[in-house]
Design a protein around this ligand. Structure first.
Ligand SMILES: Cc1cc2nc3c(=O)[nH]c(=O)nc-3n(C[C@H](O)[C@H](O)[C@H](O)COP(=O)(O)OP(=O)(O)OC[C@H]3O[C@@H](n4cnc5c(N)ncnc54)[C@H](O)[C@@H]3O)c2cc1C
Length: 659
């Protein structure tokens, strides 16, 4: 019989759900004497906010991260902003509109009730962060400023220059530090979770590695929360921080947690293009730049060829010969269409030969019109640090005048191309953010919850902080209330012993291979396979080839990997090898899911399923579900379990950004 998933959504009309839910909480008395312990793995925006909130509520929190400080979590990379339905611009925004835009942006593949809750708590996040002293940009009169992000026709994105993630994390970190000081949170930096320990079917602890000494350490608790980020680095080249990995999530999956919608991977349209084979990272140019930057390629193929050959420059091409293809194809949203739409449109132009750099894989992002209209000072105020970052990497400053045609000044445009950026898929969670393993919770980018098949810009920070500050602290109590009568288990239990031994044996296995290939060389090859066969355009044939190539490469990894050094002390290569082992599992999972989903939706684009205009073609009749995968052992195909989607408040329709 097919397995049934209980997503624990309370009954009732969507807008009432979260209120009703909160009213029925069986609250564990805050500041209680019950000594309930919670492990929170991760100190990004989701982890730090959850650890701080749980500590404040009276739980004893064990909080781990792989960096030397919580402030170095990948979340600090977030540039553009965070959404909330405050409607400060008086432009017609509302909780319902944010909810609607997010569901539509996700191509109607998100769980409706979760998204409504997210929109509802979005405003609390801004208040919370302002109270913490986060220096959001303000208008001249003192009001918090907003800008627009893709997929929305209102301005609801709050920002702190181009460093929103960093400033938000500093806010969360100060709350966390307060709880560390109060003795409620014990912080373990440079510790990596290697496995989750299940006792009697419940998550009861973890095995972590002290990354400096190499020692394995056991932690037990009443519940485990993972907040370990996304799996974008499976593709090797991505905008994610180099340390981002999916080891914790994949270990939870191996231990029985369902992995949901892995094929929903976001490819961001505005990244600095790949420029060679020696790169290990790609750089994002924030989506906020699309507020004032216009995206174009030449209309004439001979101009494109001259640009590719380097005999012509972008600023030499007059206005009438420029194709602002997003404005042409999507007049209602123009340059602010969602990321999946903008990325595909760029690929389409480049595939047709209109790319503008030497590889033919780039389009222009041009600020000439906005600088002429607003002046360079205003543009620098908005995007100064992004312009500087672009110059540092490419030696081109987008605020430099390059040409004047018919009295109009043309500035040096940026060149951009889509790149792997974010993963909508993740560990499956119910409405309470609990995984399919009781006592194991997942929050932030590492869960699948709110973004459907495509995430709108500035919504990841919103979701991470909603989960950490306002959702998990309520929902985890339903579980912990029952745990009050259960003592914390001992780390001497055979389950801990076995888990630690298995982690240790894995490290020995990897060290003993002593082959000829470095971790990075294999990872780079995996990345090429992922990008080519499981990337922006997928086909059944390509996915099968990709899976076959991944199996062959995994064999090479198992037989020909070289990891220097020992497991004692710091061994970064060994840590990377463990991550790569898990990227293989993840890559195959992405491909399986993509192969099973015979439709195109959001970030998952199957070339066989597109409209005549090249837009994604969904199949709601057959694929209106969350695809959850259950691990069946190494080398075996995972089992697909479906969570049917039910929409009450929103009519499911074809996405339209044209009018
Ligand atoms: C360049 C860039 C710009 C972005 N800009 C925006 C933006 O403007 N707005 C927006 O909404 N979103 C943005 N995003 C997305 C957003 O930054 C992320 O989705 C979000 O920060 C993820 O937060 P998180 O807390 O879930 O995970 P992370 O910030 O990735 O944190 C993961 C944490 O888990 C820890 N960890 C990982 N594995 C282990 C392990 N095995 N053991 C112990 N600890 C572990 C890490 O140490 C870290 O503390 C951007 C992303 C990128 C790459």
């Amino acid at each position: 019989m097919a397995k049934v998933i209980d997503s624990k959504i309370p009954a009732g009309p969507v807008p009432e759900k979260w209120k009703e839910y909160k009213a029925h909480q069986r609250l564990v008395n805050p500041k209680n004497k019950l000594k309930l312990d919670v492990i929170v793995v991760g100190t990004g925006l989701a982890g730090a906010s959850a650890a701080a909130s749980l500590g404040e509520m009276g739980f004893n929190v064990i909080n781990l991260c792989i960096q030397d400080s919580p402030r170095r979590a990948h979340s600090i990379a977030a540039q553009g902003g965070i959404n909330a339905a405050k409607c400060y611009q008086n432009d017609g925004d509302s909780v319902y509109r944010l909810f609607y835009d997010t569901v539509k942006g996700g191509d109607y593949r998100a769980r409706e009730a979760n998204v409504y809750r997210l929109a509802e708590v979005s405003n609390n996040i801004i208040d919370q962060c302002v109270a913490q002293g986060v220096p959001f940009a303000r208008e001249y009169g003192g009001m918090l400023a907003n800008r627009s992000f893709g997929g929305a026709q209102v301005s609801r994105t709050f920002y702190a220059k181009g460093q929103t993630g960093q400033q938000l994390l500093l806010g969360a970190y100060s709350s966390l530090s307060c709880q560390v000081n109060a003795g409620k949170v014990k912080l373990y930096t440079r510790y990596e979770m290697e496995d989750v320990v299940i006792v009697d079917g419940r998550a009861r602890g973890i095995i972590a590695k002290d990354l400096c000494t190499g020692k394995l350490v056991r932690f037990s608790a009443n519940a485990v929360v993972i907040a370990t980020g996304g799996y974008g680095n499976t593709y090797f080249l991505s905008t994610n921080a180099m340390g981002c990995n999916c080891t914790a999530a994949v270990q939870c999956y191996r231990k029985g947690a369902y992995f949901a919608n892995p094929s929903y991977v976001q490819i961001h349209p505005t990244c600095i293009p790949v420029h060679g084979d020696k790169q290990s990272k790609l750089t994002l140019m924030s989506e906020s730049l699309r507020n004032d930057g216009r995206i174009w390629v030449p209309k004439k193929i001979e101009d494109a060829k001259a640009l590719q050959a380097g005999t012509k420059q972008g600023w030499e091409i007059p206005e009438e010969d420029r194709d602002y293809y997003l404005e042409r194809r999507y007049p209602a949203f123009g340059n602010l269409v969602p990321r999946d739409v903008a990325s595909r449109a760029a690929k389409e132009r480049c595939d047709k030969g209109f790319g503008v750099n030497n590889t033919g894989l780039a389009v222009f992002l041009d600020f000439s019109e906005s600088i002429n209209r607003l002046g360079i000072d205003v543009i620098m105020q908005r995007y100064g640090n992004l312009f500087e970052m672009y110059e540092e990497i490419t030696d081109v400053f987008p605020g430099d005048v390059a040409n004047e045609i018919n009295g109009v000044k043309y500035y040096k445009p940026m060149m951009i191309y889509p790149a792997i950026h974010y993963t909508m898929g993740g560990i499956w969670v119910d409405y309470e953010l609990q995984t399919s393993i009781p006592g194991l919770f997942a929050i932030g980018e590492c869960n699948f919850s709110d973004h459907g098949a495509n995430r709108l810009g500035a919504s990841a920070l919103m979701q991470g902080l909603a989960d950490g500050y306002f959702v998990l602290p309520y929902t985890i109590q339903n579980y912990l209330a029952d745990q009050a009568v259960w003592p914390k288990v001992s780390t001497n239990l055979p389950e801990f012993e076995a888990a630690e031994k298995a982690v240790d044996a894995e490290m020995d296995r990897l060290l003993k291979i002593q082959g000829k290939r470095s971790v990075d060389s294999i990872h780079k090859e995996l990345g090429h396979i992922m990008w080519e066969y499981v990337g922006m355009g997928r086909t059944a044939e390509g996915l099968k080839t990709g899976l076959k190539k991944m199996h062959e490469l995994e064999k090479e990894f198992d037989e020909n990997l070289f990891v220097p050094g020992t497991k004692e002390g710091l061994n970064i290569e060994l840590d990377k090898a463990i991550h790569l082992r898990d990227f293989f599992t993840m890559g195959q999972l992405v491909a399986f899911d993509a192969l099973s989903r015979n439709e195109s939706c959001g970030g998952h684009f199957r070339e066989e399923y597109q409209t005549e205009e090249g837009e994604a073609k969904r199949d709601d009749e057959n694929y209106f579900y969350v695809g959850c995968w259950e691990y069946q052992g190494k080398g075996n195909e995972p089992e697909l379990i479906k969570e049917p989607l039910e929409y009450e408040a929103i009519k499911v329709q074809t996405r339209n950004y044209k009018n």
